[in-house]
Write a protein that binds this ligand. Structure first.
Ligand code: MGD
Ligand code: MGD
Ligand code: SF4
Ligand code: MO
Length: 554
């Protein structure tokens, strides 16, 4: 299929969604934006409050990128959603109020329940828009779909011809990563497929998120499917929330519910975090404030205490843990450094004592010892080492140290323990477009947050400055010549660090396309804005938080 045929296809599918959207939003007049006063009242819930028997219901789910996937029930008058509710037990085919460990409700949070205000927001982008002022000035005019798609298609073809197959940067990310059909992610997303099949795509990998943890998972466990499912928290006797605030940032559907079960069964809670969080308050946790980015030192101090008091699970270590001590070194590394002797200071004459750690992390040595003692003697114990503390320079050392503590106490592969790295051992997968090299085509791939650096310094760059992914062909190591950006479900001008550098780089772009439901901070810098449907306006299958299959296989 040629590019024009593909664009036609894209256009017709967007037009279809567009019509559906206009129908249901009831802001249907073509002059929607300028004649808000004339809109029909029944589209808005603050008009007569409709009773349930006047409404139809559709059970659907939230699609936010939070690692959960809670039930949302749309109560509709015709095609208009007038309220959203959530699980109440009956939707599982059981009695109202059913909420058991085996069959817990999947109740949405406030963000999910308030999605109507996003769906029918006055800020909703309804039409394609084209920049009229200088880039970044935020001035746009409404154009037709034909005009928008023709403009983008022509520029795509031009940039590919002038600058080659790496000229367009694919920046899809988290916005809607969890549909099977409509996915915005760098690996299995629709945009990657679109640009890849067009034959002009620099992909971008990772986010400023869990890269330290991912690296540690791979190096330590040999896989990123290394974590426990959240329901196992219900069986813990001690849960250490290390840089983790599950009241706010969930890593699974019903984390909070399972932790509450643990609490009811007598589990103790600890929070190691610079800030006192709502999670600490909710579980009455022992709060240990720590200086940011000093976690690895505190953990080393704990390891020292555990070894010197002989509290490690030696049987587990001997059986499963390579490199923990002199006795578990593989033959090929017999004379190399092992973890225990490093902690005891054999190699650098610096025993990693709790006192040594205290001087770095600001936590009293007596507290480090107390926590180490609790962790080594309470079974099973979940040291849930979250991603935030690893989100900084050398952050992977924190995660590796956490994995070492989990291993030396035998809390891996145990119900109520935790070997949490970046992923869970089991993941639901649903793939509409099988991932393979013939469809997921990328000409080069850079670390996403290095794009501005790449643009500003092209071609005088070393591959490691931009995290250039290896390729097994002659193009390996070639620095991409990025001239255009496609944003799909990502808002990099809000989410990345060093926005000023991004502003310098975006000025060098010849084509910037942003697809979102509103004009976002990134959208302000676009040449073309394309409105999107939300998950309420399209058919799809929702997946619980999961890592893309291809990432798991790498
Ligand atoms: N300041 C700050 N920055 C951060 C973080 C932080 O906590 N604070 N966290 C970091 C982390 S861990 C991450 S994962 C990233 C997340 O970074 P992003 O992926 O950029 O974040 P989101 O804002 O979740 O989603 C981006 C956009 O997707 C749009 N969107 C939603 N659904 C759809 C859809 O169906 N189609 C399309 N085309 N667009 C859609 C949303 O409207 C939103 O504007 O941010 C990172 N940066
Ligand atoms: N509700 C909701 N949940 C989400 C998301 C969402 O958008 N909304 N996004 C999902 C995504 S994409 C991600 S990546 C995850 C992020 O999940 P996390 O990385 O776990 O979450 P954060 O909220 O960034 O940080 C958690 C805690 O770490 C603490 N912290 C920060 N720096 C340090 C440090 O150096 N040491 C220690 N000990 N603590 C530190 C912070 O004070 C905070 O309380 O959340 C996921 N879950
Ligand atoms: S926790 Fe996440 S999936 Fe659940 S309702 Fe809230 S935003 Fe949606
Ligand atoms: Mo993230």
């Amino acid at each position: 299929m040629g590019i024009s045929a593909k664009l036609k296809l894209l256009e017709s599918s967007l037009n279809l969604n567009r019509r559906d959207f206009l129908k249901i939003s009831a802001i249907a007049s073509a002059a929607g934006l300028v004649s808000l006063k004339s809109r029909k009242a029944e589209a808005f819930a603050y008009e007569p409050y409709l009773k349930d028997d006047e409404l139809s219901t559709v059970v659907t789910s939230c699609a936010h990128n939070c690692g959960s996937r809670h039930m949302l029930v749309a109560h509709k008058k015709g095609d208009v959603i007038v309220r959203l509710s959530t699980d109440n037990g009956t939707y599982q085919g059981d009695a109202y109020g059913t909420d058991t460990e085996e069959m817990p409700q999947l109740r949405a949070c406030l963000r999910g329940r308030s999605y109507r205000s996003r769906l029918y927001s006055a800020e909703r982008l309804l039409f394609p828009m084209k920049r009229v002022g200088k880039r970044g000035e935020g001035k746009f005019k409404r154009i037709s779909w034909d005009e928008a798609l023709d403009f983008v298609a022509k520029e795509m073809v031009r940039l590919k011809e002038e600058y080659g197959p790496t000229a367009l940067l694919d920046q899809s990310y988290a916005g809607a990563s969890w549909g099977v059909l409509h996915k915005s992610d760098q690996i299995e997303g629709l945009q990657g497929r679109f640009l890849g099949l067009f034959g002009c795509r620099t992909s971008s990998w990772s986010v400023p998120s869990y890269q330290g943890t991912t690296f540690s998972s791979r190096m330590t466990f040999g896989t990123i499917k290394d974590g426990n499912e959240d329901d196992t928290f219900a069986h813990s006797k001690l849960i250490i929330m290390w840089g983790w605030n599950p009241a706010y940032t969930f890593h699974g559907g019903n984390t909070f519910y399972y932790m509450r079960l643990a609490k009811q069964r007598g589990c103790q809670f600890v929070l190691v975090d610079p800030q006192y969080t709502d999670s600490a308050a909710a579980y009455d946790a022992w709060w240990i404030p720590i200086k940011p980015n000093t976690d690895a030192a505190m953990m080393a101090g704990m390891a020292h205490y555990i070894f010197t008091n002989n509290l490690q699970d030696q049987a587990f270590i001997d059986k499963f843990v390579q490199g923990m001590d002199a006795g578990t070194m593989p033959d090929w590394a017999k004379n190399r450094e092992n973890f225990k002797d490093y902690i005891l200071g054999k190699y650098d004459n610096e025993p990693k004592t709790p006192e040594w750690a205290a001087s770095i992390c600001g936590v009293k040595a007596s507290d480090i010892k107390k926590l180490a003692d609790m962790y080594a003697t309470t079974k099973p114990a979940a040291l849930k080492a979250s991603w935030a503390p690893g989100r900084n320079a050398y952050g992977e050392q924190y995660n590796r140290m956490a994995a070492a503590l989990q291993a030396m106490t035998g809390n891996i592969g145990v119900l109520g323990g935790s070997s949490e790295g970046v992923g869970k051992a089991w993941q639901a997968q649903g793939i509409a477009y099988p991932y393979d090299k013939s469809t997921n085509i990328w000409k080069q791939s850079i670390k996403s947050d290095r794009w501005a650096h790449c643009v500003l310094n092209y071609p005088n760059l070393k591959r490691e400055e931009i995290g250039l992914w290896p390729r097994s062909d002659a193009t390996d190591g070639q620095i991409p010549n990025i001239r255009g950006i496609f944003w799909h479900g990502s808002d990099w001008f809000n989410q990345l660090t060093n926005i000023n550098k991004e502003i310098q780089a975006i000025r060098k772009m010849e084509l910037v396309v942003c697809m979102d439901s509103t004009i976002t901070p990134s959208g302000l810098w676009a040449d073309i804005l394309l409105p999107i449907t939300t998950h309420f306006e399209r058919h799809d299958v929702a997946l619980p938080g999961a890592l893309p299959q291809s990432l798991l296989e790498r």
